[in-house]
Design a protein around this ligand. Sequence first.
Ligand SMILES: [Ca+2]
Length: 110
Amino acid sequence: MAPKIRPPVRIPTRSIVARIPFYQQKRLCTTAQEQLLERWMRLFRTFDQDRNGTIDRAEFTTLLTSLEFEGKQSKIDEIFAKLDSDGSGQIDKQEYLKLMQTLTETERDD
Ligand SMILES: [Ca+2]
């Protein structure tokens, strides 16, 4: 039997992709987007030192300190609270990816 030929992958236009939450786009991703996502997730795993799948306040503080962030703990807590949109005390993968997407879009708009 002849091997099945996969239909060509249709690359959706940016406007269609923009309406889908980033973390659900993997199926539609181009290779470049997949590589970017992979890089972001590698970074996430670096931050997630105890490997429990979330970044807690201590891990976040360590991260910012390693980036030589010159802020008081109260400022770090303020940033953390903004990122932790569901108030769980942890930054999960979805919250993290939303942040990375926002940063990328902000960069693009400049
Ligand atoms: Ca963790």
